[in-house]
Design a protein. Structure first.
Length: 96
């Protein structure tokens, strides 16, 4: 099994570490199907991102259910959350 560790922009694929961990487990163990299942699942999650998509979908559902239109963003330099709007009327004037 081979895996190309380069992404489309020419950088290192973020899943290459999971692949290498899975490959080393497979080469090391006598029963890789049973003993390396966790490493295989970690690699598949990195590639497919199913749990991440499910979490994002659930967050969007909760935001919609609670009618939250805008979340503040974190300002790293000032160590605080800031809104991109000055007041609530700007939020409701936007087409969502």
């Amino acid at each position: 099994m081979s895996y190309i560790g380069i992404n489309t922009s020419g950088g290192i694929n973020p899943c290459i570490t999971f692949y290498e961990r899975m490959q080393s487990c497979i080469n090391r163990e006598n029963l890789p199907n049973k003993l390396c299942a966790i490493e295989g699942l970690d690699f598949l999650e990195c590639v497919n991102r199913r749990k991440q998509y499910a979490l994002n979908y659930k967050i969007q559902q909760e935001l919609h259910k609670n009618r939250i239109l805008v979340l503040p963003t974190y300002d790293v330099e000032n160590d605080r959350f800031v809104s991109k709007y000055q007041n609530a009327t700007e939020v409701f004037q936007q087409a969502h």
